[in-house]
Design a protein around this ligand. Structure first.
Ligand code: ZN
Length: 313
């Protein structure tokens, strides 16, 4: 049987503002650990966030550049979950009213300059979490909170891509726009851009998308391509064998994906969000087929803000 691969992407880009999103701590990579943090960005009792105007401006620039509607009124929402590098146990993000939505880009897909239009469901602003430090030189883990409160935009695409090549073309375009607007340094090696990849497959001619699985925090565009090819093949083999699609390897309760899918950097978690009610559900469960990818019609809110992510993304 011939199958169609359906791909949606969530890109997290750190913004290159001078200060963080909700306090005046420096937004810089590579500082001495725990030197750029305050009671505010670490969520101490009694501290109150103050929104950095530049973050809003940068996000709106991206919204205009991707043909989005800029909502004149939007709001912030609290997404609660505990993780050791998130001391206040919630992230300030945007849920039902993002800053920008309903856009698109025309990604160049071949050397002749042909383009494919890929929808942008939404762009919202949110804060990053800290980082855990693991080393064989000590037992346990240490935490660096410098990244707490670093501003992010999350760019959620429609499930409009049909191959790893198209996904790469989309990501190249998004990066080019971010660089042209001068709002993110786009340094992959410093984690300035991370990507969550949603993949499903369906038989050619099918009316409904298949069950999707999400691979989180894929760090590198060529790693995204390899992850899509791996996951699509995995799902096709399962369907050929008559079985239901289940989560791929990954935390919690699983193994990490092979290093080959992590840009050759073993230890980077690719998180499928496989916990109860996670990202690998029956088609339509997260918002109605065929719009079951994050941000697709009817399913965007639930998919973007499912509450059981094992890491801040
Ligand atoms: Zn701070």
């Amino acid at each position: 049987m011939k199958y169609i691969t359906v791909i949606g992407l969530e890109v997290h880009a750190e913004l290159s503002t001078k200060t963080k999103i909700y306090c005046s701590c420096k937004n810089s990579f590579g500082s001495e650990v725990n030197s750029n943090c305050c009671p505010n960005c670490t969520g101490m009792p009694g501290s109150l966030p103050t929104l950095n105007e530049k973050v809003v401006e940068y996000a709106i620039r991206m919204g205009y550049a991707t043909n989005c509607t800029i909502n004149p009124v939007c709001k912030a929402d609290r997404k609660n979950y505990f993780y050791p590098d998130l001391p206040k146990a919630y992230q300030i993000s945007q849920f039902d009213i993002p800053l920008c939505e309903h856009g698109y880009i025309d990604a160049v897909v071949d050397e002749e300059g042909n383009t494919k239009r890929i929808g942008i469901t939404r762009i919202h602003i949110e804060e990053d979490a800290g980082k855990l430090i693991h080393s064989e030189s000590f037992s346990g883990s240490l935490v660096d909170l410098n990244r707490c409160g670093v501003p992010l935009i999350e760019i959620v695409s429609e499930p409009d891509m049909r191959s790893a090549h198209e996904a790469k073309a989309y990501l190249d375009s998004i990066r080019a726009i971010l660089q042209y607007l001068d709002i993110s340094d786009c340094k992959m090696q410093e984690g300035s851009i991370r990507c969550d990849v949603n993949v499903s497959v369906m038989p050619e001619g099918a009316a409904q998308f298949g069950t999707r699985c999400e691979m989180k925090n894929v760090n590198g565009f060529s790693a995204v391509e390899r992850a899509i090819e791996y996951e699509a093949r995995r799902q096709m083999e399962i369907l050929e064998a008559g079985g239901p699609i289940s989560p791929p390897l990954g935390r919690p309760g699983g193994e990490e994906l092979p290093a080959a899918l992590q840009g050759g950097r073993p230890g980077l978690p690719l998180l499928p969000g496989a916990g109860p009610g996670g990202h690998c559900g029956a088609g339509g469960a997260a918002g109605g087929a065929p719009g079951h990818h994050p941000g697709a019609a009817g399913g965007k809110a639930a998919a973007v803000h499912e509450g059981n992510r094992p890491a801040l993304l």
